[in-house]
Design a protein around this ligand. Structure first.
Ligand code: UDP
Length: 253
């Protein structure tokens, strides 16, 4: 499919005009960045893995009735998506304490939270994506109260779905970041899940060993990032497995 003009280049993805109005092509780069792009590297194969993983999660979420921007994967690195106006918030859902929540309130990494926590950062690289209260979101009109209520409800459904899928392959979903956008269809506007869902924006820990299978491998120099993402894809059945698949479901705890 012919891509149109480049519209936007971010740290890990590029957006091009799509073949029809209201569509875009999302291209996944191999670039990895951390700490607000202070640490950078090119990781061979990361883009293709994230394209495939994001397709897998977005399709699954679509099948349980969560509106997403995903239309179809086009090739190894590109997917066709609906064009949305991104709401300038990083919506973070946490099940287990790690990263910034541990630093902020001194809670030990690995502590199971009493309930899933949904929090918001204002998307602004220059400010380092600061954590913001809901009051700011409404006062500065980044989203309406109705949108915010819908975002929280959808984020919790995404959490239940992703946690279940991951637990089924022996992985704990510690936390993740998602983004939402408004898609215009004529005069009709619809909130939908946008951006990507991949190990770049999740924390994933092996249930048995606690091994990290996400971008912390890169942030904290814990090994080969592409190997970790390949392991996630293999367990989810996206890549051929070197190990034989169990013939019936097995309990993982
Ligand atoms: N996250 C992300 N992009 C960001 C900030 C966070 O995808 O710009 C993800 C991160 O990978 C983790 C979750 O959101 O899965 C929570 O991140 P946290 O607030 O703990 O920040 P960090 O420790 O990553 O700086």
């Amino acid at each position: 499919m012919a891509r149109g003009k480049k519209l936007y280049e971010g740290k890990a993805k590029i957006l091009y005009e799509g073949p029809e109005p209201g569509t875009l092509i999302q291209y996944f780069k191999d670039d990895a960045t951390a700490f607000n792009a202070e640490k950078k590297a090119v990781i061979d194969g990361k883009g293709a893995l994230n394209n495939r993983l994001s397709e897998f999660f977005m399709q699954g979420l679509g099948q349980i009735g969560i509106p997403t921007h995903f239309i179809k994967r086009l090739n190894m690195r590109e997917q066709l998506i609906r064009k949305v106006e991104i709401i300038p918030l990083e919506v973070i859902v946490r099940n287990i304490a790690a990263g910034s929540i541990s630093k902020r309130i001194g809670i030990e990494e690995g502590t199971l939270l009493p309930r899933p926590i949904v929090e918001f950062s204002y998307k602004d690289d220059a400010l380092g994506d600061p954590l913001v209260p809901e009051e700011y979101i409404i006062a500065f009109n980044w989203a309406t109260q109705q949108e915010l209520d819908d975002i929280i409800a959808l984020a919790l459904r995404v959490n239940d779905f992703l946690s279940g899928v991951m637990m089924g392959v022996g992985i704990k979903l510690v936390d993740f970041k998602i983004e939402f956008g408004r898609h215009w269809d004529g005069d009709y506007q619809r909130l939908m899940l946008a951006d990507e869902i991949s190990p770049d924006s999740c924390r994933l820990w092996d249930v048995e060993t606690g091994e990290k299978l996400d971008k912390d491998v890169f942030r904290r120099d814990l090994g080969d990032l592409a190997d970790a993402y390949t392991e996630v894809a293999r367990r989810l059945g996206i890549l051929p497995s070197s190990k034989p698949m169990p013939s019936k479901p097995t309990l993982v705890n």
